[in-house]
Design a protein. Structure first.
Length: 396
């Protein structure tokens, strides 16, 4: 077995036989497939492997960790306002890595159940999965990981959620079988033991947190334990590991925005990990952390500018329902009269008066032309979120 980066082991392979009748994918065309041998990966067990990294890699990981901790501490005072937007930014970026994208307007409408746009609904399912992951951060085990995936797929494919996969999957090479795949994760029979080993690795206390998180993430992606949404589940788990390690106590920082900015580098680092080189994936995660910090700071500045503009635009008196509604809009820039009534604690007519004042002041706009079940949005906040998404999509 190959060895690289100290005692770290490369993935090895075993020959298996693939039968179209036994392993069928959704896009599969039976008449084009052929039974035959293929090579499934055999990831090493890592629970007890020593982690050896050079001083420069450790230094870069330490600097990135310090930046994340520093920003999280700064944002602790604004967690209620910025936290929801940063969480949605993280989930939108993570979904975009899988080519699941939607504009901020569609995502925020899906957030209040006013949109059924498929990608926006998937992104909001990702938000719920991240929230589940954070709630389970103190007890990350196999059941917790399964629960995260189940939450992510809550509205789709009951046969493919909430359990380890029961068939072979592969990455690349089309749907005719694993023989031409660019990477074949381990055979399904090996998944339970590999995931138990991964959980044991995640519980170790002798590894600096960001390197441990990066290696655990790469090992998870190598195992690919589910039939679907492995990438998004893995990045939700990444956020849970950041929370458990006390790197992020207050908010979710959009690390996936950094990974999205250089997806080729991200996938190459995972490939290098499978060859036994762990430094690359640690460096990739450190760079993504720096990007998350920079991205979050730009969003903070943009939202500060929005609030300053609103203060100049709003004509309602201090303490009025309209002014109080501004605090809600900065974190939830889409609302209905029902949401406004609940937040303000006023009657429906008074809530509508507050909304109408903000419409007149140019802060809110109605979506659609209906007179019943109306929805309003704050486009200034949506524009800031769309700008963040556009920055994340730019490749370095």
């Amino acid at each position: 077995m190959a060895v690289s980066d100290g005692a770290w082991r490369a993935v090895s392979y075993e020959e298996r036989h693939w039968s179209p009748a036994a392993d069928v994918r959704d896009s599969f065309s039976p008449h084009l497939a052929a039974s035959g041998p293929y090579r499934a990966s055999l990831p090493p067990f890592i629970a007890d492997l020593p982690v050896t990294l050079d001083a420069d890699t450790l230094s870069r990981a330490h600097d990135a960790t310090s930046e994340l901790i520093r920003l999280d501490a700064e944002l602790s005072r604004h967690a209620n306002s910025l936290g929801p937007l940063l969480l949605r930014a993280e989930c939108a970026a993570s979904s975009a890595i899988e080519r699941v994208t939607a504009p901020a307007l569609a995502i925020m409408l899906a957030d209040i159940d006013e949109s059924i746009e498929p990608h926006a609904v998937q992104i909001m399912a990702h938000v719920k999965a991240d929230q589940t992951a954070l709630s389970l951060a103190g007890s990350l085990d196999e059941d917790a990981i399964v629960h995260i995936q189940r939450t992510l797929m809550a509205s789709t494919r009951p046969d493919r959620r909430g359990r380890w996969r029961s068939q072979q999957i592969w990455i690349g090479g089309g749907s005719r079988g694993p023989q031409r795949a660019s990477f074949v994760p381990p055979h399904e029979s090996r998944v339970p033991d590999l995931m138990a080993d991964l959980v044991a690795f995640m519980k170790r206390r002798d590894i600096p947190p960001l390197p441990q998180i990066a290696i655990a993430h790469a090992q998870y992606e190598t195992i690919h334990p589910f039939l679907e949404v492995n990438g998004r589940t893995g990045r939700a788990l990444l956020q849970a590991m950041l929370r458990r390690s006390d790197i992020t106590r207050s908010v979710v920082l959009p690390v996936s925005a950094g990974l999205l900015q250089d997806t080729a580098g991200y996938f190459d680092a995972l490939t290098r990990y499978r060859a036994g080189h762990i430094a690359d994936v640690v460096d990739t995660m450190a760079q993504a952390a720096h990007t998350a910090v920079a991205t979050s700071r730009v969003l903070m500045d943009d939202l500060d500018a929005v609030q300053e503009s609103w203060r100049a635009q709003v004509t309602a008196r201090q303490g009025s329902a309209a002014r109080r509604l501004l605090d809600l809009l900065i974190r939830q820039p889409a609302l209905t009269s029902r949401i406004a009534v609940s937040y303000l604690g006023v009657s429906a007519p008074n809530a509508l008066l507050a909304i109408d004042r903000l419409v007149a002041d140019g802060i809110l706009s109605q979506v659609g032309a209906g007179r019943r079940n109306r929805t309003w949005v704050a486009h200034d906040v949506l524009d800031a979120l769309d700008a963040l998404a556009e920055r994340a999509r730019r490749h370095r």
